[in-house]
Design a protein around this ligand. Structure first.
Ligand SMILES: [Zn+2]
Ligand SMILES: [Zn+2]
Length: 144
């Protein structure tokens, strides 16, 4: 793919892309930087930022969302959707073939060229929900 786009494959680019594609966590630039540093200790965070925006421009990955002021990346280009927890900042993939096969509304088809067709749900995951309930419970019981 790189050859096709005449992109020079550097060890940095390759390693950053590898980390992005192997992660299921939708990592931030900072997460990728920490993983890549294990193999390339001299790499800078700035290089990671620049490489990520190049990879995004070449269509090899995309920004899923900005969570807690950090852009989160996804190199999985197969059709899928995301649920985002506002407490633990986890981004979870899910499949929704019924959505994928829906005809688009006219407002969208006439709008321009689409790069990404995915839905995003935001809320509190059941793990965090349970933790929050425990918190409330302990506050109540300590008040007694
Ligand atoms: Zn959560
Ligand atoms: Zn994803």
């Amino acid at each position: 793919m790189c050859r096709e786009h005449r992109i020079k494959v550097t060890p940095q680019r390759l390693e950053i892309y590898k980390v992005a594609i192997q992660s299921k966590e939708h990592p931030s630039a900072e997460d990728i930087y920490h993983s890549v540093r294990a193999k390339l200790p001299t790499i800078s965070l700035d290089t990671v930022y620049r490489t990520l925006s190049s990879l995004e421009r070449w269509g090899l990955l995309f920004k899923v969302a900005v969570v807690d002021d950090r852009s989160r990346f996804d190199a999985d280009l197969s059709p899928h959707h995301h649920v985002i927890c506002t407490e633990c900042n986890n981004i979870t993939d899910f499949l929704w073939p019924e959505f994928d096969s829906l005809a688009l509304p006219e407002d969208v088809t006439g709008w321009g060229s689409l790069k990404l067709k995915a839905s995003q749900f935001v809320g509190v995951c059941s793990k965090c929900d349970a933790k929050n309930k425990n918190k409330v419970f302990s506050i109540r019981s300590s008040a007694q």
